[in-house]
Design a binder for this molecule. Structure first.
Ligand SMILES: O=C(CO)COP(=O)(O)O
Length: 258
């Protein structure tokens, strides 16, 4: 089994809770996760909304790491409504998700802006899950690789060290739609991303960087996707809100025979 080095060399599963949850539901989810059985071969991250971060940091088991879903592009200061990476680090939040397609489309975050945010977060000691992905229209009109390249380049132009970067391939047409990419579709794009990193960044970065898949991953389809050579983990939305389903996804690679 081909295992990526990354910072820990482990299969990587992130639960992106998006703008979901109340005090009550988050407390239930955290207790469900605390009693879930998860193999030690996997690095697991959960990403609640900013407001719930302190509660989750204080109450979740140390087997899980906590992530924000966004951060500011610069330092702390006069930026109303924003949260800077050093403020996340100060709250013991080690990870941040950047460039999610919901932010790219709804908030018009550009490739350069996402790259600048990634560099800024890394400079302040955070680790970054950098999201890329094409829409159905872009895929069907043959623009998929141009779009993915632009998104990768946005990150690569700003980021000098990739040690603390995980790349999440999340085809927009698969997010929240129940229409998961086939294992072959995911593998094809992951292999493209790995080759792009090898050609444009370095062979070391290409082989060490974990490339994870997101988009309608659930407890039924995760094992087959995890079996693909270049799928190093998942970024999970809806199914990460259920502790049992999320634990099954976290254990998906462990179930695959080596
Ligand atoms: O956007 C996603 C994770 O960041 C995927 O969401 P779903 O798993 O709900 O499709």
């Amino acid at each position: 089994m081909d295992v990526r080095m990354g910072s820990t060399g482990k299969f990587f599963v992130g639960g992106n809770w998006k703008a979901n949850g109340t005090k009550e539901s988050v407390s239930k989810l955290v207790s469900g996760l605390n009693s879930a059985e998860i193999t030690s071969d996997v690095e697991v991250i959960v990403a609640p909304i900013f407001l719930h971060l302190p509660y989750v940091v204080d109450h979740i088991d140390s087997r899980y790491q906590v992530s924000a879903q966004n951060c500011w592009v610069g330092r702390a200061g006069a930026y109303t409504g924003e949260i800077a990476p050093e403020q996340l680090a100060d709250m013991s939040i080690p990870w941040v998700i950047l460039g999610h397609s919901e932010r790219r489309s709804l908030l018009k975050e550009s490739n350069d802006f996402v790259g600048a945010k990634a560099a800024n977060a890394l400079a302040h000691g955070l680790k970054v899950i950098a999201c890329i992905g094409e829409t159905l229209e872009q895929r069907e009109s043959g623009q998929m690789y141009d779009v993915l390249e632009g998104q990768l380049k946005g990150v690569a132009d700003s980021v000098s060290s990739w040690e603390d970067v995980v790349v999440a391939y999340e085809p927009v047409w698969a997010i929240g739609t129940g229409k998961v990419a086939t294992p072959e579709q995911a593998q094809e794009v992951h292999a493209y991303i790995r080759k792009w990193l090898g050609d444009k960044v370095s062979q070391d970065v290409s082989s060490a960087t974990r490339i994870i898949y997101g988009g309608s991953v659930n407890d039924q389809n995760a094992a087959e996707l995890a079996n693909k050579e270049d799928v190093d983990g998942f970024l999970v939305g809806g199914a990460s809100l259920k502790a049992d389903a999320f634990a099954t996804i976290c254990n998906a690679r462990a179930k695959v025979p080596a």
